[in-house]
Design a protein around this ligand. Structure first.
Ligand code: ADP
Length: 223
């Protein structure tokens, strides 16, 4: 089973993917974790790092179709690894997957042009590159403002010297990615679950959110 943890930058994906993998292991399942982009492991991952570091122009300058090729290329180079992990484990938990490409690149286009990009990315990643579809996508939802506060807490990253990379620095961009994610999750409700990180305006604890993720993963595994 393939579970993808999705959400905007700073939404807690890395934290929650790790905790979910650990919790599932404690229940006796064999679980592996994989995080995309693989900045330090693949040719395209390194190119994504350069893009996020601003080396290929601003967010508005870089054509979203062309940018999607970088993120997809990173997964293409990781396809064998992903297949091996899926074959030798009960579950693989992903910190970002194909839907990140869909939400991020789609959000750069007017709503009426988004579906064509969604179709392009799905055809590229699932059909041309033969990547497996996720059985369950979990969206960690929170406002861009809160996400940016959490990004400030993050440790230094290998691909940039900046505290906030190209996407992380742009609140309007993050908020539009959030809205695109929510629309995608609503449209594909059968394979998506939305977990709110805020309750009545307050950030929920990491443990509380992780308990909810475990419940969702166990439900999906049992069905
Ligand atoms: P992402 O992988 O989505 O960019 P991270 O998992 O790296 O996000 O989380 C960003 C930062 O926010 C980390 O320092 C993490 O410990 C912190 N964080 C994540 N979720 C919460 C939460 N619910 N409450 C407090 N801090 C959090």
């Amino acid at each position: 089973m393939l579970i993808a943890i999705e959400g905007i930058d700073g939404s807690g994906k890395g934290t929650q993917a790790r905790l979910l993998a650990d919790a599932l292991k404690q229940r006796g399942l064999s679980v592996e974790l994989l995080s995309f982009p693989r900045y330090d492991e693949t040719f395209f991952g390194a190119a994504v790092g350069r893009f996020l570091n601003g080396e290929f122009g601003s967010l508005a300058e870089a054509n979203p179709y062309l940018v999607s090729l970088l993120f997809a290329g990173d997964r293409f180079e990781s396809r064998q690894l992903l297949h091996e992990k899926l074959q030798s484990n009960d579950l693989v938990v992903l910190d970002r997957y194909v839907s990140s490409n869909i939400a991020h690149q789609g959000s750069k286009l007017p709503v009426e042009e988004q579906q064509a990009l969604f179709d392009f990315v799905e055809q590229l990643e699932f059909e041309v590159y033969g990547l497996p579809r996720a059985d369950l996508n979990i969206l960690l939802d929170l406002p861009a403002e809160t996400a940016q506060e959490l990004i400030s807490l993050k440790n230094a990253r290998s691909y940039t010297e900046k505290s906030h990379d190209l996407q992380e620095a742009d609140r309007d961009y993050l908020e539009s990615v959030r809205q695109t994610y929510l629309a995608v999750a609503k449209r594909h409700a059968e394979s998506w679950r939305v977990v709110s990180s805020l309750v009545e305006g307050n950030l929920r604890s990491i443990e509380e959110i992780s308990d909810e993720l475990l419940t969702l993963a166990v439900q999906a595994a049992d069905s």
